[in-house]
Design a protein around this ligand. Sequence first.
Ligand code: ZN
Length: 238
Amino acid sequence: MMRVSDKQYKQLLDIQKAFEWEGVKLDSLLKEMKEQEEEDEQPTEPIEVPVEPTGKKIAICVGHSRSGDNGAVNTDGVSEHTYNGQIAHNLSQKLSSHGIESKVFDYYEGSGYGSAMSWIGDQVKKYDADIAIELHFNSASPSAAGYEYLYWHSSSSSKALADSLLKAQEEKTPQMKNRGIKSKTSSDRGSGFLSKTHCPSVITEPYFGSNKEETIYYRDKTILEDIYTKGIINYFAR
Ligand SMILES: [Zn+2]
């Protein structure tokens, strides 16, 4: 026999009375009590897992950020500067969730192309960026299609970065045309960003804004944000 104190005995009597013990199935009673307990539970706050900082810094530069230059316009009527400005800020958020610091440059000083490129080169250096990317989209005939990444011909790290971004896009959009990575020299138009940056750098040309199907496909900007995020992470992990 279990020994109970007077106090416990009184409590058991109270319980018996309260539940009209006879005819009550103990398991269903316990189940009911448990369900009640679960209902009473406060919703738990999502646990914030601290992200380990990688110590890496990315300059996210938006092409055509010079005053008066908005770049090409896609078939939706959206300029490169507007389109990529939104991607730049979202990309910055995504990178930070992977412990990668970044800064968006969506306004370049300088009156002409050359002075703007020198200015952004200086800013990227001041920021002490590990890598820099400049966001664009291509424009040509309506049938031109596909993605390509441009790098400075003599920089093997820039080539590796271009390759990493290309592979990330190939993985994410295997149905699109892969135009490869392209090396640029000072005689190539629009290569200023690549030559003026002190760190590995790449110009992204993820699709043709002059191509209606591609423009519609990339209305969902998360596609490119995810591609760039993956490409950058893989570059540092190589
Ligand atoms: Zn452009």
